[in-house]
Design a protein around this ligand. Structure first.
Ligand SMILES: Nc1ncnc2c1ncn2[C@@H]1O[C@H](COP(=O)(O)OP(=O)(O)OP(=O)(O)O)[C@@H](O)[C@H]1O
Length: 322
């Protein structure tokens, strides 16, 4: 097993006077195997990015652990941390334009890696490695090298960032909404690229997205998040073709269908933000059409309903007990 997230919790304090605590990630556990592509799916604010940042050690957990190759990442020595950041984990984020300095040629992003980790690498070797990395992500080095960010498209920039992330063949790539800003055809090309890298180098991918269709397309396993908690997870085929949690069902029903036109159905009023995080039971209970008393009182735990398919829902738990 490559990565093991154990009972991870991250609490932020929000608001000034009378502020409230946001349990952005609340008791989350999952694993990523070598060469596995796992989608982390959920609507805005469900805690996906926070999980990515915790794995990247950009945030410190409030409680729980993240084990990488069996070692607690918060206990890494300085040397282990340096290795973690270049050979083990890399990340690509949503907005490719934000990752480039508009005043620098795009190649600079590669030299930053060389300067930090291989300061002694000769010029020729560097050039060769950059060209090879660019070719691997389907770019023609002579078309992109020496250019400034405004001279390239979002798709080309995102490919360059993927090339940089994959330059050192990391074990895990965290792709946080990495294709969301690309147009539909470029998006599929970039997704295919991630799949090809996994097949070629065994790179695992944590694919963070709010788009169910993209998650289905690329991933072996899917984790559905709601307000900091996992409501359902398992093999992608099982989660999508036999969804169990009312939230997963609702999400799947909301995927727009090409044959159906938009129709006004009323807008659900926003819950008072501070109150949502205080809910003792299932966080989805206030929105769930099937909620019972117990759903508001006790947090359901994940149970394995069929092989490699877990759900956290009292509906299922009580019917099993009954
Ligand atoms: N630094 C912070 N301080 C306070 N609250 C935060 C902070 N970072 C995130 N949050 C809150 O934690 C919750 C989870 O945020 P997060 O960004 O992880 O969600 P997300 O699922 O990635 O959403 P999105 O898809 O919109 O990026 C949100 O309610 C957010 O407002």
């Amino acid at each position: 097993m490559l990565l093991e997230v154990q009972n991870l919790t991250k609490i932020f304090t929000s608001g000034l006077i009378g502020g409230y605590q946001v349990r952005a990630v609340d008791g989350v556990s999952f694993t990523i195997n070598e060469g596995e592509i796992v989608s982390l799916v959920g609507e805005s604010g469900s805690g996906k990015t926070t999980i990515g940042k915790l794995i990247l050690r950009l945030l410190t957990p409030t409680s729980g652990r993240i084990l990488f190759e069996g070692k607690d990442i918060m206990k890494f020595s300085k040397k282990e941390l340096k290795t973690y950041y270049y050979r083990k984990v890399q990340a690509v984020f949503q907005d490719p334009f934000a990752s480039f300095n508009p005043l620098h040629q795009v190649d600079k992003v590669f030299h930053m890696i060389f300067d930090s980790y291989f300061p002694d690498l000769g010029r020729e070797e560097r050039e060769e490695m950059i060209d090879k990395a660019l070719e691997e992500v389907g770019l023609n080095p002579s078309e992109v090298r020496g250019k400034y960010p405004h001279q390239l498209s979002g798709g080309q920039l995102q490919r360059i960032l993927i090339a940089r992330a994959l330059l050192l063949k990391p074990r895990l790539l965290i792709a946080d909404e990495a294709v969301s800003m690309l147009d539909a055809s470029t998006r599929i090309d970039v997704l295919n690229l991630l799949g090809e890298f996994r097949d070629k180098y065994g790179t695992s991918v944590l694919f963070i997205t709010h788009d169910l269709a993209l998650g289905y397309y690329i991933s072996d396993s899917t984790i559905i998040m709601y307000r900091g908690t996992i409501v359902e997870m398992g093999e992608t085929e099982k989660v999508f073709h036999n969804p169990l949690h009312p939230y997963t069902k609702m999400l799947l029903e909301s995927v727009p269908d090409l044959n159906v036109k938009w129709e006004f159905k009323g807008i659900e009023p926003e819950k008072e933000e501070g109150k949502v995080w205080k809910i003792k039971g299932c966080r989805y209970a206030p929105r769930c059409p099937k909620a019972k008393d117990v759903c508001f009182k006790i947090r359901p735990t994940l149970i394995e309903v069929e092989k490699n398919h877990w759900v956290a829902c009292h509906l299922y738990q009580s019917s099993r007990e009954g």
